[in-house]
Design a protein around this ligand. Structure first.
Ligand code: DQA
Length: 153
């Protein structure tokens, strides 16, 4: 199961600053992600503690990959970064908006150093890309490496 985690204020998508975040609701964002992989559980919370607790639970509940849009926590939550670091499954950070083209505080992510991939600025489609990235990372982790010529059997 792939776990899709959305942080504070993403519950307001649809009516939240549509010029920046688009018009899709959070439910529609989740649906878009599910187009790439049906076995996807969506979790969203407004508070840091609830998000951290969900990530802890993901260590033993069959989660095989994590997509996360931490909202503004991206920019300052070391607690969230520490919780993500504990997870050994593929992890992808996703942002709807192009955070690098916005206010300076949005240009830094404390989460990026502990995830495998960051996708930013692709809107709704970014969530689909994020699922594809998790699937590719899973594939690579399980692929048998080609035997190099001359390698001992
Ligand atoms: C966001 C970008 C963050 O800076 C902001 O606080 C959000 C949404 C995005 O998806 O573009 O809540 O993560």
């Amino acid at each position: 199961m792939i776990l899709l985690v959305n942080g504070p204020n993403l519950s307001q998508l649809g009516s939240r600053d549509p010029a920046i975040y688009g018009t899709a609701t959070l439910a529609e964002v989740v649906e878009a992600a599910r187009l790439e992989h049906a076995d996807l559980e969506a979790f969203n919370a407004e508070s840091e503690g609830d998000l951290v607790a969900r990530l802890h639970a993901a260590r033993g509940d069959g989660t095989t990959g994590v997509l996360i849009n931490p909202g503004a926590l991206t920019h300052y939550s070391y607690a969230l970064a520490d919780a993500l670091e504990l997870l050994t499954v593929p992890k992808v950070e996703v942002h709807l908006s192009q955070t690098h083209a916005r206010e300076s505080f949005r240009r830094h992510s404390v989460v990026s150093p502990v995830v495998n991939v960051t996708i930013t600025g692709a809107g709704l489609f970014g969530y689909r890309l994020a699922v594809l990235a998790v699937l590719e990372l899973q594939r690579r982790a399980t692929a048998t490496p080609p035997r190099s010529p001359g390698a001992a059997r």
